[in-house]
Write a protein that binds this ligand. Structure first.
Ligand SMILES: C[S@@+](CC[C@H](N)C(=O)[O-])C[C@H]1O[C@@H](n2cnc3c(N)ncnc32)[C@H](O)[C@@H]1O
Length: 369
């Protein structure tokens, strides 16, 4: 998923640093999980991961990429959904599924992507042209609505279990993001259709990562989760770097993740933001960020902390280092860094490279116990 601060490209760097520090897999808390990319990579490496974030869409991704252990069989769904069984009898359907790698996840993804009828729901009513906004084409918005409704119904009827629900919902969030008519964040839509937005929505679920049992997902504040976890081996922090609230930049995936089945969300303004402001983060406030860091470091029972931060963060490097040093058993803070191209929401049409696009990604380490 296109996401501010997504660490997918920096995973080799982060994992190399854990190796350099000699951190053997144990229990890790990925406290600001976002797309769950770091938790997923740690789990793949043999860590048991507890993952947390304030946002519902992140919880969905955590459940799919950190908690789920195996591809579901979908036996109850096959038994209970006659329409799916009839799709499975079609040779075109089976051919497409095998071209997509086969397997039960590919079957259900293909069924949802192309066999169920699009239908009008909350997304088509508010985030497509008929609702006065151009986040999705009418057709894609109706597909998102139909798939979201189907996932809700299947879960409510007991035709799919929790892992299957979250794996498919994660695939819907990722698929919708690929056809969203935005420059990467949902703070605005583009007034002309981009080529990605014209493509038909398709789900391409990722297979779950096998790892040690017992990884967990939490939709909660990082410090509260840290306190509840007690003694662990590693706390990995990748907090917001600036005052942009994720709740305002990713409200559309948030609504898709929550659904609209227990009451329609109240939305407002040109971009259809959620009216409620319960998911605002103190880490985005220059006045509160230092206090939030102290609170989190006081709450954790981790032996090691690793903090990702970049050279443009609202917390100055000197304050971050001094705070970590205060909590370190030996007063020592190590810094690792590498440069990388800034995630640019608007892309670089001409393919030029430019200096100001380069940021330093910093990784700080302190031993806390
Ligand atoms: C820089 S992003 C993390 C990116 C993530 N490492 C990835 O690879 O996708 C910061 C995340 O912190 C979350 N966040 C902000 N305040 C939080 C808090 N108090 N507790 C937990 N998560 C929080 C945001 O919702 C956002 O997903």
């Amino acid at each position: 998923m296109r996401y501010i601060g997504n660490k997918t490209r920096l995973l080799p760097f982060i994992l190399r640093v854990t190796d350099q520090l000699g951190l053997a897999p144990g229990i890790a808390h990925d406290a600001f999980s976002g797309t769950a990319s770091v938790g997923r990579a740690l789990k793949e490496r043999g860590w048991r991961v507890a993952s947390s974030d304030l946002m519902t869409y992140s919880y969905v991704l955590q459940r799919a990429y950190v908690v789920a252990q195996r591809v579901p069989s979908f036996a109850d769904l096959r038994a209970g959904d006659a329409d799916l069984r009839s799709a499975l009898r079609s040779s075109t359907f089976r051919k497409t599924v095998s071209a997509n790698g086969g397997g039960t996840l590919a079957v259900v993804a293909e069924y949802l992507s192309r066999w169920i009828e699009p239908e009008r729901g909350f997304i088509a009513e508010h985030y497509a042209p008929a609702g006065g906004r151009m986040y999705f084409t009418e057709e894609n918005a109706e597909r998102i609505d139909a798939i979201r409704q189907r996932l809700h119904d299947w879960r409510a009827e007991g035709l799919i279990g929790e892992d299957a629900f979250y794996l498919l919902l994660a695939a819907l969030l990722e698929g919708a993001d690929r056809v969203a008519n935005t420059a990467g964040v949902y703070a605005a839509y583009i007034k002309r259709w981009q080529s990605n937005a014209r493509r038909p929505l398709a789900l391409a679920p990722l297979a779950p990562v096998r790892g040690p049992r017992g990884s967990t997902a939490h939709q909660d504040d990082a410090a509260r989760v840290a306190r509840a976890l007690g003694p662990i081996d590693l706390l990995y922090l990748d907090p917001p770097y600036n005052n942009r609230q994720y709740a305002g930049y990713y409200h559309v995936p948030e609504i898709i993740a929550r659904g609209w089945f227990d009451g329609r969300p109240a939305i407002t303004g040109k971009t259809g933001l959620l009216v409620e402001r319960t998911q605002r983060s103190t880490w985005c406030s220059p006045r509160q960020v230092e206090r939030s860091l102290v609170e989190l470091l006081s709450a954790t029972g981790a032996r090691h902390v690793l903090v990702s931060y970049n050279s443009e963060g609202i917390l100055s490097e000197s304050v971050l280092r001094a705070t970590l040093a205060r909590f370190a058993v030996d007063g020592r803070v190590r810094r690792f860094w590498r440069t990388y191209r800034r995630y640019r929401a608007d892309g670089d049409q001409s393919g030029r490279t430019y200096r100001e696009g380069e940021l330093r990604e910093l990784l700080f380490h302190a031993r806390l116990a």
